[in-house]
Design a protein around this ligand. Structure first.
Ligand code: PHE
Length: 341
């Protein structure tokens, strides 16, 4: 009996085989237990010999079971340690990283520079009424600027008597909204998306402008020129001269188009050097009719406004020849200019 169980225990392959052995040997109805029950029917002499022998056998089997059980557990742990290893020296797998789009980067930069100069950031809707986009800016219904701007009109159902809406063609309607909200004096900029039905190397149907507006009692074109030269020098990181050319916008009087100094060498534009000029924005003194339309008394208040193309600024800063590439979401292009990892 002893030999049978001890060698079976030694050969047990796993814990459940071991448990089966425990039940058949020393369980309630196990072979050793049944033998112990027979002790009652023995003579005292027989019992004196068989009793201790059976008890010793039971102890021996129990400790053999316990020893084998812990040996099996150790082996199982060793096997897991062998199988479930992890090489912590492996280099981490590369994960693609998002980056800020160049137009967003430039918008943030432009905003930061002008905010430092005391302009608060304002916002307005991209779907605008034709009153804010045109009428309030002194562009009446028949004015050629309405068609020149290649306006996107929102579709209207028959019988819809809400005012006509357009995709704003410039950020200038935010001048009106800001003055209506805060009155004068006021100093704001408004960066944002604008829309015109136009498409070529330097025009996309959606692009970005930043509007500037400064209204107080004695603001002049001289203040405008100073603000712009400070701005361009900070933005391009070098002293940039500006040139004001007389122009016309319905919402400013007088009006000026502003050029920045640059050189053209072999097709690359360098801002802040040379004797070339590049047109970058429209500006002027806010027209009295515009102030009045926004509820600001033109006899008391005056000031300047400007509107600048943000994408144009990004093209100049990074030497990018085609505006459309900004909006193609082509990773190879973004990587080429260092805008994506
Ligand atoms: N709104 C004009 C445009 O989009 C730019 C502009 C803004 C001109 C403010 C003068 C004053 O072309």
């Amino acid at each position: 009996l002893r030999q049978k169980y001890l060698s079976a225990i030694a050969d047990a392959a796993d814990e459940s085989a071991l448990e089966d052995l425990r039940v058949t040997a020393v369980g309630k109805k196990g072979e050793v237990s049944l033998k112990m029950r027979e002790l009652g029917r023995m003579t005292p002499e027989e019992r004196q010999v068989a009793g201790p022998a059976l008890n010793a056998l039971k102890d021996e089997i129990n400790s053999a079971l316990a020893a084998k059980k812990s040996a099996l557990e150790d082996a199982a742990l060793d096997a897991r340690l062998r199988d479930e290893w992890l090489d912590v020296t492996l280099p981490a797998r590369q994960r693609p990283q998002g980056t800020i789009h160049p137009v967003s980067q430039v918008t943030e930069e432009v905003t930061a520079i002008l905010a430092d100069m005391g302009f608060a950031v304002a916002e307005g809707p991209q779907v605008e009424t034709d009153w804010y986009n045109f009428d309030a800016l002194n562009i009446p219904g028949h004015h050629p600027a309405r068609t020149e701007m290649d306006t996107f009109y929102m579709h209207r159902e028959e019988g819809d008597n809400r005012p006509p809406h357009v995709l704003r063609t410039h950020t200038s309607p935010v001048q009106i909204r800001s003055m209506q909200d805060a009155g004068a004096p006021i100093r704001i900029i408004c960066p944002g998306r604008v829309y015109r039905a136009d498409y070529d190397q330097t025009h996309t149907p959606m692009f970005h402008q930043v509007e500037g507006l400064a209204i107080d009692r004695d603001i002049s074109m001289a203040n405008l020129k100073w603000v712009l030269e400070e701005f361009f020098s900070a933005f391009f990181g070098t002293k940039v001269k500006t040139r004001f050319r007389a122009s016309h916008f319905p919402f400013t009087e007088p009006s000026a188009e502003v050029d920045i100094q640059c050189s053209w060498e072999g097709g690359t534009v360098k801002v802040g050097e040379g004797d070339g000029w590049l047109e970058v924005l429209g500006s002027g003194m806010v027209h009295p009719k515009v102030l009045a339309a926004a509820g600001v008394d033109p006899n008391e208040w005056q000031g300047f406004a400007f509107g600048m193309g943000i994408d144009r600024m990004a093209m100049l800063k990074y030497g990018i020849p085609d505006l459309r590439a900004f909006f193609d979401s082509d990773l190879r292009w973004l990587r080429h200019y260092g805008f994506a990892a």
